[in-house]
Design a protein around this ligand. Sequence first.
Ligand code: GLU
Length: 300
Amino acid sequence: MSTVAHGRFAPSPTGAPHFGTLLGALASYLHARATGAKWLVRIEDLDQVRLVEGAADEMLRTLEAFGMTWDGQVMYQSERISAYKEILETLTVQGHVYPCGCTRRDFIDGKYGPEGPVYPGTCRSGISEDKPVRSYRLKVEDRDICFADLVQGRICQNLSRDIGDFIVKRADGFFAYQLAVVVDDAYQGITQVVRGADLLGSTQRQIHLQQLLGYPTPEYLHIPVVLGTDGKKLSKSEDAPAIDIRQPEILLYQALSALGHQPPDSLSRDDLLQWAIKDWQPANILKVTSLSYETIQNQD
Ligand code: GLU
C-alpha cells in the first residue's frame, strides 16, 4: 500500500450518466486535485444483472468531455473476482462469515432499521438442514461505529441494532458491493472517499470490514444526492435528462453551484476546473443529504 493520497470515482455502469453522476465525479475530482491526491476511476460492474451495455464507456467519455482526467488505468471490478474470493475465504476461516439460507421474506415481519428489515441472525449458529445455502453474511457487533464526515458531520450507527449481519456474497452468486468496495479501496490505496449521501448508511458496514481486515479507514465526504421532481434519485427518475457533453461549461457552472461554489462568469471548461480546484471548500457544501434537480437548474 502506498503512502500517496488517492481519491476515486466509482460509478456503477447501470445507465446513461446524468447530473448526479457528474456531481459525484466532480466533487471527488476536485477534492483529490485540491489536496494533491491522485484521482482514480473504478467501474463497479459486479452486478451483471443491472449492467447496461456501453454505459462504462459512455461514463469515461463523459469524464473526458468535462476535462476530468484520471490517473493510471481504469479498474473494473469484474476483473477482481479472485481477490474477493480470497478475502471471503479468509473471513470465513476466521469465523466472521457464515453461510445463510434465509430469504428476505423470512424476516420481513421482524424489526426494521433505517434500511429495511434487520437480519435477526437466524443462521449465525448454523444453517438448518432443510435450507440450501443462499448467501454469505458477515457477523456484526453490538457497538457504535462512528466517523466524522467532512460534510455531514459525525455519524454513528450500531450495526447489530440497525442492520444485522449483512450479505457479502449474494444469493445470485455475485459478491456484494460492501465487500468489493472495501477490498478495492484498500487495494488501490484510497485515502479519501467522496460520493453521494445515499451511501452514508453503508459507511459503518465498510468501516467494520476495514477493521476486521486490518485496512486503514479513509476520510469520508458525502455530497447531497440529486433528486428528480418525482423525489427519486436521478438515476432512477423519469426526468433525468442525458448529459449534453457538447457544452460542458453550462453543466459545470450548475454542478459547482450545487456544491456551494460560485465561479466568475464566462470561464472556459479548463479555467473553470482550475478555478474550482483552487477555490475548493468542502465546508461550502450544504449539510443535507439531497437536493432537487429543479432547484439546482433554477439557481442561475
Ligand atoms: N458504485 C456505487 C454507485 O455508483 C458507488 C460506490 C462508492 O462510491 O462507494 O452508487
